[in-house]
Write a protein that binds this ligand. Structure first.
Ligand SMILES: *Cc1c(COP(=O)(O)O)cnc(C)c1O
Length: 371
């Protein structure tokens, strides 16, 4: 059965690849529980659909906000849910207790709020320690005191979990991760509670050196993009989950010396075939993507030529056979999202989030509510 060509960009989410990637992550997890990070609408892949697809495989989920956690609970997710940004006030803390969420405590005032306020039900929390990321987390020198105060508050379900986040685990030869881990271990030694340290890069890159703790928190690896600044997703055994495709709307021949697109950034070196595809920066394909970036047309490789427009790109079609209406893959199985990201000076994370937000999304296998 042939599907008609799409008129505008389409994002297809391969849920089997997502599940495969969770298996890859688990093989590296050294027996730690795997909490799937589904913040930012599962990096553009659809939070509820991805959580549902992983519900029998993941031990828990990680989101940023209470609102995201609430949406997961409403969709029927009963697993543990870590909430990275934690609660901002009493009503959110009560909501966390009621929905059995696990907010991250990262400021001393949140500890004070727990001490002073009846939450109705016991709460589970994670105490996040800043071991070098310098973004969110309590200073190491306050960690033991805050941990003791949380334990002493009498309002917790069990001892607070202890966590930290790596700043440079994606780098092949950074010693910073080891330093962060050493500090984490020193600060938390002897304290009660679960431990969680590793993101995708820490986990797959082996940066944590055999001490992944009780729970790992992979995000990007689940979506099949390379968490590290070396190697490739395929080398880690990860499969692409998102495919971004569109179609050719025009083919034409240009003359030697013709300057193509805004700013005339690509000048034809000879008389040559060009094509126009219906995708652009409005769809999450970055405007700054460099000429020469591969685009798959009927399994052949065409090259981006000239500036990306709002909803069109121009392609160097030398050696490529195609006709109007043919499908083009911007990234997916043939073109790694990380290759496009590199050509745009960014990371797979940003491309996936942007295209997932901008484009119509379908799932394979189809969701129950999709026809
Ligand atoms: C986003 C995030 C993760 C997941 O990171 P990836 O690089 O996508 O694996 C883990 N922990 C924290 C605290 C995060 O903010």
């Amino acid at each position: 059965m042939s599907t008609p060509p799409v008129r505008r960009p389409l994002v297809t989410i391969d849920l089997d690849a997502l599940r495969h990637n969770l298996g890859v992550v688990r093989n590296h997890a050294e027996g730690a529980k795997v909490f799937a990070v589904v913040k930012a609408d599962a990096y553009g892949h659809g939070m509820v659909a991805c959580a549902q697809a992983l519900r029998g495989l993941a031990d828990g989920f990680v989101v940023s906000t209470m609102g995201e956690a609430d949406a997961l609970r409403k969709s029927g997710i009963t697993q543990r849910i870590m909430v990275l940004q934690g609660f901002m006030n009493v009503s959110e803390a009560r909501m966390a207790a009621r929905l059995m969420l696990e907010p991250v405590v990262h400021q001393a005032w949140q500890v004070e709020l727990i001490e002073k306020t009846s939450l109705g039900l016991p709460l589970s929390v994670w105490l996040k320690i800043d071991t070098g990321m310098h973004r969110v987390g309590v200073p190491p020198e306050q960690a033991r005191e805050l941990h003791a105060r949380l334990l002493g508050s009498g309002r917790l379900r069990h001892a607070p979990g202890l966590m930290t986040h790596f700043a440079r685990a994606d780098e092949a030869d950074s010693t910073v991760t080891e330093q962060q881990l050493a500090m984490f271990h020193a600060v938390t030694e002897g304290l009660a509670g679960e431990r969680s340290v590793a993101n995708s890069a820490g986990l797959l890159g082996g940066a944590a050196g055999g001490s992944l703790g009780d729970i790992v928190r992979p995000g990007i690896a689940l979506y099949g993009s390379n968490p590290a600044d070396y190697g490739s997703a395929a080398e880690f055994g990860l499969k692409p989950v998102m495919r971004l495709e569109s179609c050719l709307v025009a083919l034409q021949s240009q003359r030697k010396g013709d300057a193509v697109g805004y700013g005339g950034r690509f000048v034809c070196p000879e008389d040559m075939p060009m094509a126009v595809a219906s995708v652009g920066y409005a769809d999450g394909y970055p405007r700054v993507t460099a000429s020469g970036t591969p685009v798959a047309v009927n399994g052949q490789i065409a090259r981006l030529a000239g500036r990306v427009s709002m909803d069109l790109i121009t392609l160097d079609m030398r050696g490529v056979q195609a006709k109007p209406g043919d499908t083009v893959e911007l990234w997916g199985e043939t073109i790694a999202v990380d290759e496009v990201a590199r050509a745009a000076g960014t990371l797979g994370y940003e491309l996936l989030c942007a295209a997932g937000r901008a484009c119509r999304r379908v799932y394979r296998p189809a969701l129950d509510n999709e026809s």
